[in-house]
Design a protein around this ligand. Structure first.
Ligand code: ZN
Length: 450
C-alpha cells in the first residue's frame, strides 16, 4: 500500500525537512539570500575565468557588481554543454586543478567528455543537498541505503553515497550489475532505501521474481529513482513490483550531480533547492524566459559552487515550474516532472514524440511487460517506427498478435503516430544496468553540406 500524504506526515512528524531553517524559509529572505549568493558567484566567475568575463562584458557588464537584482539574471548569456567541451578539460574551472577535491566526467556520444570539478566545500554542499533530498523522499538516519547507481566518473553513485553518509544512513555501495547479488543483499542487509535508475529498479524486480524472492516482503520502504525520464505509469509499476514508495530525484553532473531537486512526501513536483540554485524556464527556440507554469527548457544557475560556477546553463530538460506553497511546508520551487529531454525528442513524420509518451501508454497495459525499445528507420522518404515490447510470462504466444494490435491502436490514438508493434517473448529485450536505451534511431543522418 502506498502511504497517503496524511499518514506519511503522521509518521514523519511536523518537522519540515532535514534543514528546516532553509527549506521552509519564506520567499523574501530566500530571495535575498539568492541575490547575495548570485553576486558572489558572478564575482568568482568574473575574477577567475576570462571566458565568463568576456561574455559578461559583451552583455554590457563593466564589472560583476553590475548585477543588482535577481531580475538582472536575464542579462546573462545562456550556457550550453558544448561550452564545457570546448574548454576541455579544465578551462572553465576557477581554481587550479591541484586545489580541487574531485573530478567527474560524462561521456558524450561524440567528441570529448564533459569534465566537472569540485572543491572540498563543493563536495560538502553536494552531500548536504543529497542528504536533504533523501530526507525529503522519506529516508531517515539509520536506514540502510542500497545504492545501485553506477560508481565511477558518473556522478550518481558517489553522489548518493556521500548524501547517505551525511544523513547518517549506512550505505551499501553496490553500483550497477550483478543483479542476482543485488537481490540477495537487499534482503539480507534489510535495505530500507533503494537508489537506482527506474529502469534498473525494474530489472532488479524482475530478477527477484525469477529467483522466487518477493521484494514486497523486504524492508524496502522508499526508492529514489532518477537519471532518466520516467512516466507515472512506470512509477506505479515499480511501486507495485517492489512494494515501496517511488520518489523522483533530479540532478545533472554539469550542475552538481544527483540532489539538485527531489520530490517531497506530497510528490507534486520536485523541490529545486533554491538556496544553492536558481531555476528558470525558457522557450527553447527563442531563449526568452517563460512565466511560471509554462512548459519549456529548464535553465539552472549555481549560486554556491566554487570550482565550476555555471551561469544560466541550458539543461535540455523540458518541464514547468510552480511556486505556489507546497503541502509539505517547503517554500522552494517545484519542478514539475520532466517529460523528456529536448535531445530525446523524436520527430516522426513531423510529429514531436518523447519516448516517455510511448512508455506512458505501454506500461501497465494488460499482458505487456514494462520493457520496450523503439526502432526508427527510413523506408523510402518516410519514417518507419517499430516498437518492440515484451509479453508477460502469463500470456500465451497465440495472443501476441492481439496484444500488438491493441498496443498499436492506443499509441496511434494517444501519441499520434503509427507504429508497427512486435510483441516478443519475455526476456528478449536487453535490460539496462544504468540509464536505459529506449531508442535505436537507424535513420540516415542528414549529410553535411559540401
Ligand atoms: Zn513539498
Amino acid at each position: 500500500m502506498v502511504a497517503t500524504l496524511e499518514t506519511t506526515r503522521a509518521h514523519l512528524g511536523t518537522r519540515v525537512g532535514l534543514h528546516p531553517e532553509v527549506e521552509a524559509l519564506p520567499r523574501e529572505p530566500l530571495e535575498r539570500l539568492q541575490l547575495q549568493r548570485l553576486q558572489a558567484c558572478l564575482c568568482n566567475a568574473w575574477d577567475h575565468v576570462a571566458w565568463h568575463r568576456e561574455r559578461l562584458r559583451s552583455a554590457g557588464f563593466t564589472q560583476a557588481q553590475d548585477l543588482r537584482s535577481l531580475a538582472d539574471l536575464q542579462r546573462l548569456p545562456l550556457m550550453v554543454k558544448s561550452d564545457l567541451r570546448d574548454h576541455y578539460p579544465f578551462g572553465l574551472f576557477t581554481r587550479p586543478v591541484e586545489q580541487l577535491a574531485r573530478l567527474h566526467a560524462s561521456s558524450g556520444t561524440t567528441g570529448k567528455p564533459t569534465v566537472v570539478g569540485y572543491t572540498a566545500q563543493d563536495l560538502s554542499t553536494w552531500a548536504d543537498l543529497m542528504a536533504r533530498s533523501l530526507y525529503a523522499a522519506g529516508a531517515r538516519p539509520g536506514d540502510v541505503v542500497h545504492n545501485a547507481y553506477g560508481y565511477g566518473l558518473f556522478t550518481g553513485g558517489l553522489g548518493a553515497h556521500d548524501g547517505a553518509t551525511r544523513l547518517g544512513a549506512p550505505v551499501v555501495p553496490m553500483s550497477g550489475g550483478s543483479t542476482e547479488r543485488q537481490v540477495t543483499l537487499i534482503m539480507d542487509f534489510g535495505a530500507r532505501v533503494l537508489c537506482a535508475t527506474p529502469s534498473y529498479a525494474l530489472a532488479i524486480a524482475e530478477v527477484a521474481e525469477q529467483q522466487g524472492v518477493d521484494l514486497r516482503k523486504s524492508a524496502l520502504r522508499v526508492g529514489l529513482f532518477g537519471a532518466e525520464p520516467w512516466s507515472e505509469a512506470m512509477r506505479l509499476e515499480v511501486e507495485a513490483r517492489i512494494g515501496l514508495r517511488a520518489v523522483d530525484i533530479y540532478g545533472l553532473s554539469e550542475i552538481m550531480g544527483p540532489g539538485v531537486a527531489c520530490e517531497c512526501e506530497a510528490r507534486n513536483g520536485l523541490h529545486g533547492w533554491e538556496d544553492h540554485f536558481l531555476f528558470e524556464v525558457i522557450d527553447p527556440d527563442s531563449g526568452a524566459a517563460l512565466p511560471d507554469g509554462e512548459a519549456g527548457e529548464l535553465v539552472i544557475t549555481t549560486l554556491t559552487k566554487q570550482a565550476l560556477p555555471m551561469l544560466r546553463y541550458r539543461t535540455r530538460d523540458i518541464t514547468r515550474l510552480a511556486r505556489a506553497p507546497c503541502a509539505c511546508g517547503r517554500t522552494h520551487v517545484r519542478i514539475l516532472r520532466v517529460t523528456g529531454r529536448n535531445d530525446d525528442m523524436l520527430i516522426i513524420r513531423g510529429v514531436n514524440v518523447y519516448p516517455s509518451q510511448i512508455e506512458a501508454v505501454l506500461v501497465g497495459r494488460p499482458g505487456i511487460a514494462p520493457h520496450y525499445q523503439l526502432v526508427l528507420e527510413r523506408h523510402g522518404a518516410l519514417d518507419h517506427v517499430s516498437l518492440e515490447v515484451e509479453a508477460l510470462p502469463s500470456v500465451a504466444p497465440a495472443d501476441y498478435g492481439r496484444l500488438a494490435a491493441d498496443a498499436g491502436h492506443h499509441i496511434k490514438s494517444l501519441v499520434g503516430i503509427t507504429a508497427e508493434v512486435h510483441v516478443m517473448a519475455p526476456g528478449t529485450i536487453a535490460r539496462s544496468q544504468g540509464k536505459a536505451v529506449r531508442v535505436r534511431d537507424l535513420r540516415p543522418k542528414a549529410q553535411p553540406a559540401p
